[in-house]
Design a protein around this ligand. Structure first.
Ligand SMILES: Cc1cc2nc3c(=O)[nH]c(=O)nc-3n(C[C@H](O)[C@H](O)[C@H](O)COP(=O)(O)OP(=O)(O)OC[C@H]3O[C@@H](n4cnc5c(N)ncnc54)[C@H](O)[C@@H]3O)c2cc1C
Length: 378
């Protein structure tokens, strides 16, 4: 198959390069590996070191400050970063989905304004989709964007679970730009909103591990310039649906707990027969899921938007990530400490993050519903 040949040949060198960079970083204490590094590992300096090597904004054309590379090469780099538990959260959302959205829907001015900051990892983006009563049912979004006669927009509403808003320089936001009618998917629009800003208050929400990576973000009569609109007014639903293929199919939907899996593998002895069998079963699953994910990356590169298969990757990937934590926990057999051995620390991170695997980016029930509809089951 063409993908195999390209895969083995062209990217082996890139993999080796990323691995050697990461090994050097760990050796000099540049980062400590962690489960879910793409969510909890906010380290702008680390992101900038990656950017200086051309590993952020890889698919952004050179004229906008990016590497002008391919989605497949980006897949390889992100796969290595996640497996090594690197702290990549600061640039993740901008790199993964805001940049492709700007390239697809943005004006030339918007691209020139935001893409160089994303590609250099100087600009942290966050994503304002979910709301207190709009999660799985995203079309229930109530945040309002009203256009004033002078062209300006005024925003009012509340976003919830907004990862990294407290450190972000901008938010890509979904709002209702015309009153809610019978067809709820109509009348939504996307906006690029620079932060911090008058009228925007950001309240961190503490999680079970005592950290606070996500937030409630309240917009109170926030004035936006006319050119804050991304794409076409009223077409926000269609635009967001396209973005979800990027959001749901990447290696981060499979590999969040791989640092734990690898630490477990390193600890297994020859006589741990049943643990080794479970480890092998997990590795087999991982290989299959990575294969699905990389095929979607190839399709995205060709311009198609395989939403249903992206939903499959997210649903199966979330189950896999959870099973890794459950399996290691079962064989470990004790309550792990955050300051124990490498395996124990990763397990502690895994146990506190696992409840989110099947919810974030779309709950598993909803994703399975999307898949079922596409194969004819109602
Ligand atoms: C770690 C993390 C980071 C996040 N970061 C962001 C972010 O940066 N920006 C952002 O906008 N959002 C973010 N989110 C929010 C995330 O997208 C939502 O949590 C998700 O879409 C689910 O919405 P909800 O939490 O309102 O749950 P609900 O939609 O209320 O779902 C709760 C449960 O009910 C089930 N359920 C709901 N509807 C149905 C149905 N019709 N049929 C069957 N079962 C159903 C779901 O499967 C789920 O198990 C984040 C979430 C997490 C956990």
């Amino acid at each position: 198959m063409a993908l195999d040949a390209a895969w083995r040949g062209a990217v082996a060198e890139l993999r080796a390069e990323v691995r050697s960079f990461l090994a050097e970083e760990r050796e000099r204490g540049g980062y400590r590996p962690m489960v879910d590094g793409w969510v909890q590992g906010v380290d702008p300096e680390f992101s900038r070191r990656l950017a200086s090597r051309g590993w952020v904004g890889m698919v952004v054309p050179r004229e906008y400050g990016g590497a002008g590379s391919t989605a497949l090469r980006r897949w390889v780099v992100t796969d290595e970063l996640l497996a090594a538990g690197a702290p990549v959260a600061a640039h993740w959302i901008g790199d993964r989905q805001v940049a492709p959205s700007l390239l697809r829907h943005g004006t030339e001015e918007q691209r020139r304004k935001f893409l160089p900051g994303i590609a250099s990892a100087e600009l942290i983006f966050c994503l304002g989709m979910s709301e207190p009563d709009a999660g799985s049912d995203l079309a229930a979004v109530r945040t309002r964007a009203e256009r004033h006669p002078d062209g300006r927009w005024v925003l009012n509403g509340t976003k919830l679970w907004t990862s990294h808003a407290q450190v972000a320089g901008a938010i890509l936001l979904l709002a209702r730009s015309s009153p809610l009618g019978e067809r709820r998917h109509v009348g939504l629009s996307q906006f690029l909103v620079e932060l911090p800003r008058d009228g925007v208050s950001i309240r961190p929400i503490q999680t079970i591990d005592g950290k606070a990576h996500f937030n409630e973000v309240v917009f109170d009569d926030v004035a936006l310039p006319e050119d804050a609109l991304l794409g076409t007014e009223g077409e926000g639903w269609r635009q967001v649906t396209m973005e979800l293929a990027y959001e749901r199919s990447g290696p981060e939907r499979i590999s969040s707990s791989v640092p734990l899996l690898l630490a477990w593998g390193d600890s297994l002895r020859a006589e741990d027969q049943s643990a080794r069998e479970e480890y092998a079963a997990l590795i087999a699953r991982l290989v299959m899921l990575r294969r699905m994910s990389v095929e979607i990356a190839a399709e995205l590169e060709e311009g198609s938007v395989p939403e249903t298969r992206a939903a499959m990757v997210k649903a199966l990937g979330g189950e896999f990530e959870q099973r890794v934590v459950e399996s290691v926990s079962r064989f470990f057999g004790a309550v792990p400490s955050f300051s124990g051995t490498e395996l124990e620390t990763q397990l502690a991170h895994g146990l506190t993050h696992a409840p989110t695997f099947g919810v974030r980016g779309g709950a598993t029930d909803i994703l399975l519903g999307i898949v079922a509809k596409s194969v004819g089951a109602r």
